[in-house]
Structures are given as structure tokens and as C-alpha cells.
Design a protein around this ligand. Structure first.
Ligand SMILES: C[S@@+](CC[C@H](N)C(=O)[O-])C[C@H]1O[C@@H](n2cnc3c(N)ncnc32)[C@H](O)[C@@H]1O
Length: 183
């Protein structure tokens, strides 16, 4: 639907605090796909206000976390909340390039909102060793903001795709699929 995935709408949503701390629950589920006690670098793309990223940063004490979003209001809020532990920056996946490489890149519940998800996966695979992407699984009726539907066959042509895991979304009947890409 027109206007749902715009920067101004996300800015408003993130500024007003409608994006709650429950958003951290799914990030907790992907903790086991990140190594504990290792000095890894991690970038969380589409981090909103950082409620999810902080759940990982709290547990993986040796990892260095960065997180980005195209919403400048979201990033401003994230810096105020969690800027001591995580380096936040504004980044639009359609327009911007990353300045460095990371061990892990995460894209959590974001690709369903974006055009050309395969192109985006290809782009960020170039900047990491492991890419973790989670999206709603087999949505029957697409949520009004979602423009892509995903299942086991999505990304099957990627030689880097090593694993798919299906989860129940915490606090909901919805399912999510996690794709793990490794170079
Ligand atoms: C559904 S939210 C998910 C946020 C977070 N990953 C979570 O799980 O709570 C999608 C996020 O993608 C961001 N986003 C949308 N389009 C983007 C773009 N072109 N570049 C970067 N971030 C974008 C939005 O601002 C929003 O924070």
C-alpha cells in the first residue's frame, strides 16, 4: 500500500515510541546462531531504535555491535537509549554503501518491507562472513506494509545459503523463517 514503507512513516512510528521493547524477543532467539565469547563484529541493519540489538549486545560481551537504519529519528532515539554499548548510524539500504566489513550482518524482520530482497542479500553478503536474515514465513495475507512473501524456496539459488530455521514468533501465532548465509 502506498506510503507505508516511507522514511517519514518510519520516522513517526519510531519517534512516538510505538516500537516497543517486545521487539527484543526475537533477537534473543537468534542468539544461538552467534558465537559466545568471541571477539566478533556484528552489524544489525534495520535496527529501528535498537531494542533488538541491545538484547544481543547484553549477552555477547566480547562482540562489537553496530546497528543502522534509514530512520534518522529511530537512530537518534537508539543513540540515547543504547549508544554507550552500540555504535548507531543512519544507512539506507537502497542508497548507501558500508564503509567496512563485519563478521556477521543481521537483517531482522526488514526484508519483507523492501523491494528486491535478493539484490539486498547479494549486496550485504559482500560485507560479511555470515548473514542472518529473518522474515515472516508463508504469510497467507500480506500485512499491509509487507511487499514480499517468503518460504523455503526463497533464496534457494544462493550458493551461500546453508540453513533455514522456522520459528514461532514470540507472543504471536505468526511464524518466522531465518535464512543463514555463509561465505
Ligand atoms: C519491521 S522494522 C524491524 C526493526 C527491527 N529489526 C526489529 O526486528 O525490531 C523494519 C525496519 O526497517 C527500517 N527500514 C525500512 N526501509 C529501510 C531502508 N531502505 N534502509 C534501511 N532501513 C530501512 C525501518 O525504519 C524499520 O526500523
Amino acid at each position: 500500500m502506498k506510503g507505508f514503507n516511507t522514511k517519514s512513516r518510519w520516522n513517526k512510528l519510531l519517534r512516538t515510541g510505538a516500537w516497543g521493547k517486545e521487539r527484543g524477543e526475537f533477537h534473543k532467539k537468534i542468539l544461538k546462531y552467534l558465537p559466545k565469547n568471541k571477539e566478533i563484529t556484528v552489524l544489525d541493519i534495520g535496527c529501528a531504535v535498537g531494542h533488538g540489538t541491545i538484547e544481543l549486545a547484553k549477552k555477547l560481551k566480547k562482540a562489537k555491535f553496530e546497528a543502522c537504519d534509514f530512520s534518522n529519528d529511530g537512530i537518534k532515539k537508539a543513540k540515547g537509549l543504547y549508544g554507550k554499548k552500540i555504535k548507531f548510524f543512519v544507512h539506507d539500504v537502497y542508497k548507501d554503501k558500508l564503509k567496512k566489513k563485519y563478521d556477521y550482518i543481521l537483517i531482522i524482520e526488514t526484508l519483507e518491507h523492501l523491494k528486491n530482497p535478493k539484490k539486498i542479500v547479494k549486496k550485504y553478503l559482500k560485507s560479511c562472513k555470515i548473514l542472518l536474515v529473518s522474515v515472516p514465513y508463508k504469510e497467507k495475507e500480506l500485512w499491509k506494509e509487507h511487499i514480499n512473501r517468503f518460504d523455503e524456496s526463497s533464496f534457494r539459488d544462493f550458493k551461500e545459503l546453508i540453513k533455514r530455521v522456522i520459528f514461532r514468533k514470540p507472543g504471536s501465532d505468526m511464524k518466522l523463517i531465518l535464512y543463514i548465509f555463509e561465505k
